[in-house]
Write a protein of this length. Structure first.
Length: 254
């Protein structure tokens, strides 16, 4: 994969009106995600920025035919498909590429730019849909992904956090999870950075039993080594003493 490592590429995924509050595909926390993205854009931290926009194709393949039929009302509304008002000034500066599927890597220009970038910085909507699909495609393409947890919104808070958990499983080699604040304060995120897992890690009953048994074994092993060490010192101390009459009281006590 060709990389010039010149700078990071910020990918802003599908920040369109249909995902705003009160709309059919409204995303929970879209306002917060939008504010984080705008903060990043204003900081000029990333010199390369690409916006994507989902627009239904007139000739979809396979299940996408049913998808477009179910969502015909949304697809036919120009305003719903437009970029959110706060991003309109920015799309005059940076390119906007359209797609008719979930992954932004269906766009050749995105793939080319992402492969040349030092890191691919992910933001936008929908976390469990277009964002997740894009991240997985980027991983397969060999890109190092920085996932901005507060610059992404999902259909619900639960689905957003579940998406974070899924993406965190690819860390630290393929992904790094951080907030916008952490990214702005960072220099070059390293592959060995610790990553975040949102929410508690859920273990199955078998996994819990296995961890319990491992803990018991570690405790047993620790005490065994401790008592064995004491016993060895005891034997050395005892048998290195001269067996004389003067030592009878000591030997008796032992």
């Amino acid at each position: 994969m060709e990389q010039n490592n010149s700078s990071d590429l910020l990918l802003v995924i599908d920040m369109q009106n249909v995902y705003t509050k009160g709309q059919e595909w409204a995303c929970k926390g879209i306002e917060h995600a939008s504010a984080s993205i705008l903060r990043l854009l204003n900081s000029q931290k990333t010199k390369q920025v690409i916006f994507t926009q989902y627009l239904a194709t007139e000739h979809p393949d396979g299940v996408w035919k049913e998808y477009n039929k179910v969502n015909a009302a949304v697809n036919s509304d120009p305003w719903l498909n437009e970029m959110m008002p706060e991003f309109l000034p920015w799309v005059k500066t940076y390119p906007v590429f359209t797609k008719s599927v979930y992954s932004s890597f269906a766009i050749p220009e995105v793939v080319k730019a992402a492969k040349k970038a030092r890191h691919l910085v992910i933001s936008g909507v929908v976390a469990e849909c277009c964002v997740l699909s894009t991240v997985l495609s980027a991983i397969d393409a060999g890109c190092k992904v920085i996932y901005l947890t507060d610059a992404v919104a999902g259909l619900s808070e639960v689905s957003r956090k579940e998406t974070e958990n899924i993406i965190s499983y690819f860390a630290p080699l393929h992904t790094v999870l951080m907030t916008t604040e952490e990214y702005l304060l960072s220099d070059t995120p390293k592959s060995h950075l610790c990553y975040k897992v949102s929410g508690p890690i859920k273990l199955s009953l078998d996994e819990k039993i296995a961890l319990f048994r491992m803990s018991l074994f570690r405790i047993f092993l620790t005490f065994s080594i401790y008592f064995f060490t004491i016993y060895v010192f005891y034997l050395r101390f005892r048998f290195m003493l001269p067996f004389s009459i003067l030592d009878q009281d000591f030997l008796f006590c032992c």
